[in-house]
Design a binder for this molecule. Structure first.
Ligand code: C2E
Ligand code: MG
Ligand code: MG
Length: 699
């Protein structure tokens, strides 16, 4: 190649070419150095080549040059930073050829290629790589690469910290091996689905075993990059979500608990009113579709207050639980048994064919309490036996147009009627609450009129002294001579009188009339016999009335009667309504010289201990104990117990409701003091009392 052509090539070469001599001094530089390093080629002549090399790279360059000088025609190649005229450095690839011995050249030929951009790119790549490493190391998940069958081919460095397995341990294992047996199916299913389509991502949660042996919850996101040459596998992103899952579970549990608390009664664990309304709503809607009948059976415990106050609230609570259990055995599966509040429970029975079925259910509920309840309190490990009766009110969705609230009100009205008819075992069925209310209102108006029109009478039932067989006293029992309905017994009006307060004037009238008629009786009978006494019933409302003592005081002052011949009768449940206030009232009555009897004794099933502190003279055993005496030894035992108890407390004991000679005989054997009942006589008009006493003096 001629010199001119060479010169042109050199001038236009992109690479910069620098010739150095054996002592590394620059002897020639191509114009490209201007562009590459900012120096004029002439300015470089005579300078030491190494003085332009970066300090860090200089040692290596010197070393290489030395070796090169020893090898004529030898070549070295190295990357180094070379100073620019502006003080910065350029990355260069430098190829040096030892042509010192070459006749035409006689120098070392160093050609420089600027690789600054490439270096920068490499550095960037390296930095990105280490940043990625750091990210993977500190990511909150483990990243795995796996093959189509789930064998791990690569694991991110965080694996050990997050999953307890080192990346090495994971390699060549199948991920599924760590999965909880219960979760394997789903994970395999999802993995297969993912593996079926390129770029498909699936997410699946499941338990996997941690390196420490515990099961933890992980969320795995699998992405199919099997056909992506850059990846060539499935990317699995595995994140520990145990805390979140546990928190979710705790939240769900507490939500469920709250939901349960809001819809259930804490004492009996039965559905409460809120849930009852819902269930009733559902039942009514279903009945409308199927044409069946829904019944609301409302159950109230009779005299529950007496149990609660007499034996304490803990015992009361335990009793309610026992009642709930007993009722539960009578609700059919599908029925809702709920606590309605207080001592009331509701059975919602749906899918009934007709009303009769509802009444059968109600009857069964009443009969369910024929056997005593076994009441177990925390304080006392031995269960207590308790006889309780329930009243039941039933309402039925006849026309398929009732609202839950209406049905419940109807059942409530029916229950009130059942209770007013003596409570205990009666079941009442009403068409609707509105009719009930109307009936009651009508009765109230009639009662007011009856008092003004003197439609009441007092009848007297004899009470026999069991030692002498003679009539010792009579009980005053009010009757209503109704213009249309004839003679009405107290059962059909006393409750309404009590509720409306009409019992106050009515009771005052009975007291006055009874006292005056007793005086008349004494006059008629003269001195033929020991003077009769009279028992007069007082209701709870009368007892609580402030004017009672004044009214009675006035009657006693106006009538020539010996107060010792008058015995006021107060029912056990009336006493228990407010025992201490009643005790004060009874004590005041005794100051007049009146005697006091506890009526219907035993129906409350209360503890007898309160009796000791009560200012009373007479105990009247309720007829529900007396009547079964002959057939039921337990009833006889109970009567014996009450007689014994009364005598221990120095009380006179009267048996009510004696209807048979057998009962009379048993009572005599037990040493009961007095008896009253249809065996001797029903309650009769005053004139008939005289006839009776004259015709049949003793039993
Ligand atoms: P009580 O005071 O326990 O009266 C006894 C009730 O038992 C009376 O019912 C009486 O007729 C009934 N009886 C008596 N012997 C027998 C028997 O052998 N067999 C049966 N099955 N029953 C018998 P009556 O007259 O219907 O009175 C019911 C209740 O009404 C009374 O129960 C009393 O609590 C109340 N009462 C009656 N008169 C008055 C009154 O003037 N004022 C108040 N506040 N209450 C009254
Ligand atoms: Mg009485
Ligand atoms: Mg009685």
């Amino acid at each position: 190649m001629d010199a001119d052509r060479f010169e042109v090539l050199v001038q236009h070469s992109y690479d910069a070419i620098v010739l150095t001599d054996a002592s590394n001094a620059i002897v020639y530089a191509t114009p490209a150095v201007r562009q590459m390093f900012g120096f004029e080629p002439e300015a470089l002549i005579g300078r030491n080549g190494f003085s332009f090399v970066h300090r860090t790279d200089r040692g290596g360059a010197v070393e290489r040059a030395r070796g090169l000088l020893a090898r004529p025609d030898g070549t070295t190649r190295a990357e180094m930073r070379v100073r620019h005229a502006d003080g910065s450095y350029r990355w260069c690839e430098c190829t040096s050829v030892n042509l010192l011995d070459h006749a035409g050249v006689g120098a070392v030929v160093n050609s420089f290629r600027d690789i600054t951009d490439r270096k920068a790119a490499e550095e960037l790549a390296a930095r990105a790589e280490s940043r990625l490493q750091a990210l993977l190391e500190h990511a909150d998940g483990v990243i795995l690469l796996a093959d189509r069958d789930g064998y791990v081919t690569w694991a991110s460095p965080g694996a050990e910290r997050l999953w307890g397995w080192s990346a090495d341990t994971l390699l060549s294992r199948q991920m599924i091996a760590a999965v909880h047996p219960d979760d394997q199916r789903e994970i395999i299913r999802q993995y297969r689905k993912m593996a079926s389509a390129q770029r498909l991502t699936v997410r699946v949660d499941g338990r996997m075993r941690h390196g420490d042996g515990t099961w933890r919850w992980y969320e795995s996101v699998f992405t199919n990059c099997l056909d992506d040459p850059a990846v060539g596998g499935v990317i699995a992103n595995v994140r520990d979500i145990t805390d979140r899952v546990l928190a979710d579970q705790a939240l769900r549990n507490s939500e469920a608990q709250l939901e349960h608390q809001a819809t259930h009664d804490a004492l009996t664990r039965l559905p409460n009113r809120t849930l009852l309304h819902d269930r009733l709503d559902t039942a009514l809607a279903r009945a409308r579709r199927t044409g069946t009948t829904v019944a609301v059976v409302l159950v109230g415990v009779d005299h529950f207050q007496v149990v609660n106050e007499g034996r304490g609230h803990a015992f009361g609570d335990a009793t309610l639980r026992a009642v709930a259990e007993r009722l539960a055995t009578h609700a059919r599966s599908g029925d809702t048994l709920a606590r309605f509040g207080g001592d009331q429970f509701v059975i919602v029975a749906d899918d009934l064919r007709d009303e009769r079925e509802a009444m059968d259910l109600a009857d069964a509920v009443v009969r369910a309490f024929d056997h005593p309840l076994s009441v177990r309190t925390e304080a006392d490990p031995d269960p207590a036996e308790l006889f309780l009766a329930v009243s039941v009110g039933v309402a039925v969705d006849r026309g398929h147009d009732a609202e839950p609230g209406e049905l419940l009100r109807d059942a409530d009205g029916a229950l009130a009627t059942a209770k007013s008819r003596g409570g205990g075992r009666s079941v009442q069925f009403v068409a609707g609450a509105r009719e009930m209310a109307r009936e009651r209102l009508h009765l109230e108006t009639e009662l007011r009129r009856a008092i003004l029109r003197h439609q009441f009478q007092v009848h007297y039932q004899p009470v026999v002294d069991l030692r002498t067989g003679a009539v010792a006293s009579v009980e005053a029992l009010v009757r209503w001579q109704h213009p249309q309905r004839g003679m009405l017994l107290p059962g059909s009006f006393i409750d309404v009188a009590e509720e409306t307060g009409l019992i106050i004037p009515l009771g005052a009238w009975v007291f006055d009339a009874s006292c005056r008629q007793l005086v008349e009786l004494h006059d008629v009978l003269g001195g033929q016999r020991a003077p009769l006494s009279v028992g007069i019933n007082l209701s709870a409302r009368q007892l609580a009335e402030d004017g009672l003592i004044d009214d009675i005081g006035n009657v006693l002052a106006a009538t020539p009667i010996h107060p010792g011949h008058v015995c006021v009768e107060v029912t056990e449940s009336a006493v228990m309504r407010d025992p201490s206030a009643t005790a004060d009232r009874l004590a005041e009555l005794r100051v007049f010289g009146l005697r006091v009897a506890i009526d219907d004794f035993g129906t409350g099933q209360a503890s007898f201990s309160y009796l000791r502190d009560l200012p009373v003279d007479v105990l009247k055993i309720d007829q529900s104990f007396v009547q079964p005496m002959e057939q039921d030894p337990q009833a006889a035992d109970l009567v014996a117990g009450i007689v014994g108890l009364g005598h221990t407390l120095g009380l006179e004991v009267v048996a009510e409701g004696v209807e048979t000679d057998g009962q009379l005989q048993l009572l005599r054997d037990l040493g009961c003091d007095r008896a009253q009942g249809f065996l001797f006589s029903t309650a009769v008009a005053p004139r008939a009392v005289v006839d009776l006493l004259r015709s049949r003096p003793t039993w």
